[in-house]
Design a protein around this ligand. Structure first.
Ligand code: PEP
Ligand code: MN
Length: 508
């Protein structure tokens, strides 16, 4: 049945927030602008949500405002420091997870297999790039999805498109945006994060326990030998460290950092978890060396003005729903609501950079979200497609360099390489994914820089959503285990293989 009734009061984005979030509505002390956690509500917005029941929305947001932070300023600043190292070429960034995380993925096996996969991939990348790897999961909050259309055809009528579990359900009878899901998203994030934290502190990343490098699926003997060489090198290094005692508790081999991230799409939710908080005591000074004369102790964009003497007393706006937030390719308009929101938070942030973004606008965006030009505050997540990266990336690199910004350049080889099979199944070819990463590595080098990291859609499960890779998955294999609710993900073997190939690129 076609809904979209017009009787109930329709609420658009400006309506409920101003009233519901009053405590947070203080202008920033740095006086640069009038950013507040809700200042985005006065800007034009894409992908807006229209809820029918405004009092239910108010209730959910009020609840979220009371709930404790999911992540802390200390952790957020730690990641910001790590990403500075990535921007300077001293570390590599691995970010990955589902396209659309479902509430149902908040379950032991799904979480554990994803953590293990990310850890194993990072080990391969450490070996390859010969650098520490910063790991960020698209997890514990990746619940909101932008869609090309808010409605879709169903049984001759129209229903709401599925826009992620934070908003509506996939089942046809759950498609109406449901404000109760805002609170449910918080609790699913919290449970996921709790299990991630518990697993890591209980030794899931302990390199003393043997890793499963099963390579039986790799049919090509030459490729298999190449992967085995990498596995042997890694195993030997670990053995050596054990022998010389370099794996003692103090070496940190038992534990790792795993940060969380999601797309900052549903701004009502993000605003509710944005808190004015004390900066951590060991907050680094990250002023850009390129402009040493301009207030050497000044630290940030968007947050509270900071100078050495008052540092301990100063506060800033932290998005406490995840360590890292990014703005999608559909919502990155310079004067739009999403860029307005993201420019004010202390967290390190990402911006998706697709084929339609002009170089000049990219620089305008950087100036808007990071006027202090802090190194590594912004990650540019490029996603042009394997066929177009050569035409588009070089001019973006040059424009950013000339602007004086030092960013993390991250390649998302997924979103520019989505295609449909003749029967209409959304897929991605492993060869295109690898092709875009290889091109990114080469182009950054040719331009005198380096690729900072990769951004992948992956799962620890044996899904059949992307074709190709060493298992030789074909389009005919796709329906064996096609379970994504949004974009096709690399399965465990394909993801690990991509890590092997990137590592090989550095070593060969
Ligand atoms: C995504 O990362 O799932 C996504 C929607 O990407 P983009 O904004 O680059 O299209
Ligand atoms: Mn996606």
């Amino acid at each position: 049945e076609v809904e979209q009734s017009v009787d109930p009061p329709v609420l658009s984005h400006g309506g409920h927030k101003a009233a519901s979030i009053k405590v947070l509505d203080q202008p920033l002390p740095n006086g640069t602008s009038t950013w507040t956690p809700s200042s985005w509500t006065s800007k034009p917005i894409k992908q807006d949500v229209v809820y029918e029941d405004s009092s239910a929305v108010q209730k959910s947001l009020a609840k979220l405002e009371r709930l404790p932070p999911l992540v802390t300023p200390m952790e957020i600043i730690k990641l910001r420091k790590c990403l500075r190292e990535v921007a300077l070429g001293k570390s590599f960034l691995l970010q990955g997870g589902d396209c659309a995380e479902l509430f149902d993925y908040c379950e032991e096996n799904a979480i554990e297999s994803k953590i293990k996969l990310m850890l194993q991939m990072s080990l391969v990348l450490i070996y390859g790039a010969n650098k520490p790897v910063v790991r960020i999961a698209r997890m514990a909050g990746q619940y909101a999805k932008p869609r090309s259309s808010p409605m879709e055809a169903h049984n001759g009528g129209q229903i709401h498109s599925f826009r992620g579990d934070i908003l509506n359900g996939y089942a046809v009878d759950e498609r109406k945006p449901d404000p109760a899901r805002l609170v449910s998203a918080y609790f699913h994030s919290a449970a996921t994060l709790n299990f991630i934290r518990g697993s890591i502190s209980s030794g899931i990343a302990d390199l003393h326990s043997p890793l499963d490098w099963e390579l039986g699926h790799v049919k090509d003997e030459k490729i298999k030998a190449q992967y085995e060489r990498i596995v042997n090198s890694i195993s030997e290094s670990l053995r050596f460290m054990r022998t010389v005692g370099a794996d003692s508790a103090a070496s940190g081999l038992e534990t790792v950092d795993l940060f969380t991230s999601h797309e900052a799409l549903l701004l009502e939710y993000e605003q509710s978890l944005t808190r004015l908080m004390q900066h951590p005591p060991l907050r680094p000074k990250l002023s850009p060396p390129s402009s040493p004369s301009s207030a050497p102790d000044q630290f940030i964009n968007g947050g509270t003005h900071v100078n050495g003497a008052n540092e301990t007393f100063s506060k800033g706006w932290y998005n406490t729903s995840a360590h890292f937030l990014w703005i999608g390719d559909r919502t990155r308009q310079l004067t739009g609501a999403h860029i307005e929101y993201i420019r004010g938070i202390e967290n390190p942030i990402g911006i998706k950079v697709g084929p339609t973004l002009a170089a000049a606008e990219l620089v305008d965006l950087l100036n808007a979200v990071n006027p202090a030009k802090e190194i590594g505050k912004v990650t540019l997540i490029t996603r042009y497609g394997a066929k177009r990266i050569d035409e588009l990336l070089p001019s973006h690199i040059r424009a950013v360099r000339e602007s004086g910004h030092t960013v993390v350049w991250q390649c998302d080889p997924m979103h520019g390489n989505t295609s449909s099979t003749p029967t209409g199944v959304k897929t991605r070819h492993f060869s295109s994914i690898l092709g875009e990463v290889s091109s990114a590595l080469r182009i950054h080098r040719e331009e005198g820089g380096f690729l900072g990291g990769v951004h992948l859609e992956l799962t620890g499960e044996a899904v059949t959503e992307c074709v190709g890779g060493s298992e030789g998955l074909t389009e005919e294999d796709l329906d064996i285990n096609y379970t994504t609710y949004c974009d096709p993900r690399l399965n465990e073997k394909q993801a690990l293989e991509l890590a092997f190939l990137v590592a090989g690129h550095y070593r060969d």
